[in-house]
Design a binder for this molecule. Sequence first.
Ligand SMILES: NC(=O)c1ccc[n+]([C@@H]2O[C@H](COP(=O)([O-])OP(=O)(O)OC[C@H]3O[C@@H](n4cnc5c(N)ncnc54)[C@H](OP(=O)(O)O)[C@@H]3O)[C@@H](O)[C@H]2O)c1
Length: 279
Amino acid sequence: MTQTPETAEAKAPSKESTRRRKALVTGASSGIGEEFARQLANKGYDLVLVARRKDRLEKIAAELSQTQGSVAEIIEADLVTPEGVISVEKRLGQGDIDLLVNNAGFGTRGEFATMPIHRELEELDLNIKALVRLTHAALGNMVQRKRGNIINVGSTGSFQPVPYMSTYAATKAFVLHFSEGVHEEVKKHGVTVTCLCPGYVLTEFQQVAGINQQRLPARGRLTPAQVVASALKGSADGHAIVVPGAMNRTLATGLVRMTPRFAVRRIAGSLFKDAGTQS
Ligand SMILES: NC(=O)c1ccc[n+]([C@@H]2O[C@H](COP(=O)([O-])OP(=O)(O)OC[C@H]3O[C@@H](n4cnc5c(N)ncnc54)[C@H](OP(=O)(O)O)[C@@H]3O)[C@@H](O)[C@H]2O)c1
């Protein structure tokens, strides 16, 4: 049968379906975000890497281009500032991002009444406000194209209050509830929003939060590689929540629910009360 130009055109793969998939990862300069960049490059993704430390991003981008053949753009952005968020929103607006990983985040530890309020508010700006804005900026195109995935990084702290990390745990509770809600809204459009809830992972997080890692129990601790592998599988399978590690899953989704809330608060508080680098 002879092909008319119209049918030949109809059968030719579209530019959209043949292009390499692209992921944008915030907080890609260290820890879990850097590991997302590595595992996604290994799966054949091109990348847009976002963080404040440009030198680190450049190094990671050069390495992934050499070893995996990934094209990695970098955006130097402070996501606590409106300008930083707008620069990433603009990039998402180009409409070619298949996977957004909202990973950038930090924690503060100490007695809330004595903590500098500006830092607590920056925590809200990064962990909540930037994440909400970037999710919104990515979703428009994803819903229109009827495909796309978002991974928002929460924490096992999303499931409970954590005294001495009160602001941090509350931001992560927001991330969990927000992600679950939006996931339910957009799944009919072929788009998923997965909340990744890691437990204790040794990264720069502890140093930034002023936590002495020697004071935290090592049991149940996972590596960034384990956490990211679970997240990518959970997102590909369309899960709304991923808690990596059997022990963390049991604690976060089982024991926390079955234990009286006053006891949950006390146990969590006792872990972090004296976990400071100075204490
Ligand atoms: N490690 C854990 O035990 C653990 C447990 C549960 C959840 N999490 C969550 O996992 C995520 C990643 O943390 P991590 O453990 O990988 O810690 P990390 O090694 O400290 O990485 C944090 C990343 O966020 C970026 N970031 C921080 N402030 C930023 C800002 N103002 N603007 C843009 N980027 C910023 C950092 O890059 P720059 O400094 O270069 O900007 C860095 O790439 C966070 O959301 C954290 O809350 C961690």
